[in-house]
Design a protein around this ligand. Sequence first.
Ligand SMILES: [Zn+2]
Length: 594
Amino acid sequence: MNKNILPAWNLKDLYQNIDDPQINVDLEKYRKFCKNFARKYKGHLNELSGNEFAAALRQYEKQISRAGRVGGFAYLNMVTQMKNQQAVAFYQAISEKLTEYGKPMVFLSLEINALPQSKISEWMKDSQAAFYRPWLERVRRFKKYELSEAVEEVLLEKSMTSSNAWVRLYEETSSRLVYTVNEKKYNDAEISKLLLDKDAETRHAAGREINRVAKENAELFTFIYNMIIKDKAIEDEKRGFKSPISSRNMSENVSDEMVNALAQSVRDNYAAIAHRFYKLKAKWLKVKKISYWDRNAPLPFSQDCEYSWSHAVDIVLKAYKQFSPQLYTIAQDFFSNNWIDVPPRDGKRSGAFCAPVCADSHPYLMLNFAGKRNDVLTLAHELGHGCHHQTRIKNGELNEYSRMTTEEVASVFGEMITFQSMVKDLPDNEEKLALIASKVSDMINTAIRQIAFHFFETRAHAERRNGELSTERLNQIWQEEMRASLGQYVDVGEDSEYIWSQVGHFFFLPFYVYAYSFADCLVNSLYQVAQDGNIPDFANKYMTMLSQTAITDYKKLLAPFGLNPEKSDFWAKGLGLISSYIDELERLDKKLKL
Ligand SMILES: [Zn+2]
C-alpha cells in the first residue's frame, strides 16, 4: 500500500457499477420469489410441518440476502458521493423497488403471530425449525402491537412519503451545508476537524459557524423534526405503545425500566465525571470556564500527533492481536481486501460507520480519516463492528438483527483495547496525561453526553404531544440538558443553541442515542472484569459472546463474566471506570504540577 494514498473501498464484491445487469437480474429474482412465496404459503402456514417451515425460511433467507446486496450496494455507492444526483436517484429507485417487491411478505410475521402457541411449540420440536427460534421469538414479541394486514401494508407503503421522506430531506439538506471560516469553504467533515484545531480562535470560529449555519436552516430542521416526532407518535398510538421510547426498547429486548435506570445512574454521575473533568480541563486551558466548542480541544501541552494511515492500521491491529489472535485474523481481512473507504471527500457523508450488507457478504467500513488520535480510535471502533458481524454469519439472516445496545459492544471494546495499548508504555508525562484526557473526553461524549441527548429527545417527544415545538423551545430544552450535563465549567451560550439539529440520530433513529451509553457502560464493566484477571480464558469467552449477541439475552450473555445487568450496581460499575481515569488525571496533574 502506498503510504500517502488513502485507500477507497472496493464495492465490486457486490456489483461492478450501477449499470451492472446482475442488479436487475437479482431484483427480478427477489420480486418473483416474494410473489410466489406469498402465493404458496399465505393462509397455509398452519399446515406446514416443522421441517417444511424451516425449508421455506431457508429459501426466504437466501432472498433477503439478495435484496440486501442490491440495497447495500446502492447505499454504499451513494454515501461517498452525496452530490452525485445519479447515485442518489439510483439509491432512491432501488429502495422503492425493494419496498414494493417485499410487500407480499408482510403476511409472514402477521400469520405467524396469528398462530396458536401450540403450533409454534410443535415446530420447535424439529431441529431445523428450532434453528429459527431467536427470530420467531422476536416476531412473536411484537404480536400485541401489530395491526391488521391492510393497515400494515399501507404503513409500509406510506413510509416512503412520510418518515423516510423526512429523513431523506434531512440527510440531503445536511450533506449540502457549506461552512465558511476565514473566507474558506468547508463541508461537514472538514469543519468538524477544525474543532480539534490547536488554535482556540479557529475552534471557536468553526463552532460559531456550525451554529450559524444550523440557525440559518433552523426553520426547516424544526419542521422536519416536528414531523418525524408526530409521525412516530401516530404509529405508536395506533400500535398501542405506552411511551415514545417503548418500541425501541421492545426491539432491543430491554425494559423501559432498565433504560431509565441507566439514564438516571448517568445523570447522578454528571458531577462526579463530567463536571470534575471539565474543571480540570478549564485549568489546563487556563480559563475560568471553557467554551462549549472547547470540550474536545487538544490540550496545550499535548503533542499534535499526526498518524499516517499505515501507522494507524499498525496500532489497531497490534492491539487486536494482543487481545485475541482470533480477532486479529478476522480484522486483517478488512485491510487486505479493501473493505474500508478511508479518505474524507467533498460530498461524502460525514462521520464513520460499518455497513453490514447482507449475511452472505462481508461488511464495509466508511471512515473520514484525518490522521488525528481520534481517527485511530474511530478505526478501532468501526473495525470492532466489522469483526462482530463476521463472528455471527453462521446465525443466518433472520436470526441476526441489529440490537443497538449489543451492536456497540465490540466497537467500544475494540476502542478500549486500542487505547490501553497506546497508553501502556508511556511513563508519567504530559503525553500520557493528554492521551488519557482525550479518552476520558471521548468516554464522556459516549456515556454521558448521549444520555444528555436522550433527555433532550425524551422531553421533545413528550412536549410534542401538546403541539408543535418552536425552534426557540427546542433550543431551550437543548441548552438546559447541555448545562446540566456539562456543569459550571463549560459555557453553554448562544453560540451552541441550535446544535440539537446537528444530531442526526434524533432524526433518523429516534431514541437510538442511549444505546451508546448503554454499550459503553456495559463494555466498561466487561473491561474491568478482564483487567481483574479472574475469568480464565476471557478472550475466547468474549469472542463466543460476540457471536451470540443477537440470539441470546443479556443475562445469559454476561453470565460467563459474572455480570448481571439487572442488578442496580451494574451501571455504576461501568461509570466507575471513567471516574477512576479522572482520579488518574488528578494524580498526574498534581505530579506534573500543571
Ligand atoms: Zn458504533
